[in-house]
Design a protein around this ligand. Structure first.
Ligand code: URA
Length: 206
């Protein structure tokens, strides 16, 4: 049986979508998740940041980037000089994908078909917010939005050719910084992430 398409409302607004996404059955991930986690931030945000999918905390709390990766992101935005009020945060996939190991839920990267099934939500969010600046964090967001030719390490931190916004770029996912093997590596990865965001801040203020 084919799954029903994502039930994006006919005249989408962020509140209408935030409610409708709870009924989404466009892929199988809804079944294991506590709830769908929609984007968060002002409808008039100048910049949209796209992550991969909600994590364990986000799944429970129902808001994006409220766990460890979110705390790192908050700090990096502040260090880059981007106020949280200017940012709309969302994910390429709205339900948490994980495998159960004992009591722990271990993050699993979403499959291409799950990213594709969820894409109408992201497109509708971008159509409503219409940001000047779009940042894809990590390979799932980057390749989901910009295509499989994009390589985060090669293409990060500079404007890419895309009709999705005036300035479209990719950077690493904040979780990858938390996974760095030691403190010097973590520090270097964090500084490079802040540098990518600082370029975005300069575009916003330019
Ligand atoms: N990682 C993501 O990509 N998104 C979140 O919302 C949290 C962690």
């Amino acid at each position: 049986a084919t799954a029903p398409p994502a039930p994006v409302p006919e005249r989408p607004t962020l509140p209408r979508m935030r409610s409708a996404v709870q009924e989404c059955r466009a892929c199988d991930l809804w079944a294991g998740a506590t709830q769908a986690v929609f984007g968060d931030g002002p409808a008039r945000a100048e910049v949209v940041l796209v992550g991969e999918q909600p994590g364990d905390r986000e799944d429970v709390e129902g808001a994006p980037f409220v766990g460890p990766a979110g705390h790192l992101l908050d700090r990096a935005l502040a260090d880059a000089g981007i106020a949280r009020e200017r940012v709309y945060l969302t994910n390429a996939v709205k339900h948490f994908r994980y495998r159960q190991r004992g009591k722990r839920r271990i993050h699993q990267r979403p499959e291409a078909f799950q990213i594709a099934a969820c894409r109408p939500w992201l497109d509708a969010e971008l159509a409503v917010v219409r940001p000047r600046v779009l940042v894809c964090m990590g390979a799932v967001a980057a390749q989901g939005l910009l295509g499989s030719a994009v390589r985060v390490t090669r293409d990060r931190g500079r404007p890419l050719d895309s009709p999705l916004a005036e300035d479209v770029s990719v950077t690493v996912h904040p979780s990858s910084i938390l996974r760095a093997p030691d403190e010097p590596a973590r520090r270097a990865a964090y500084d490079a992430f802040v540098a990518d965001l600082a370029r975005v801040a300069a575009v916003l203020d330019g």
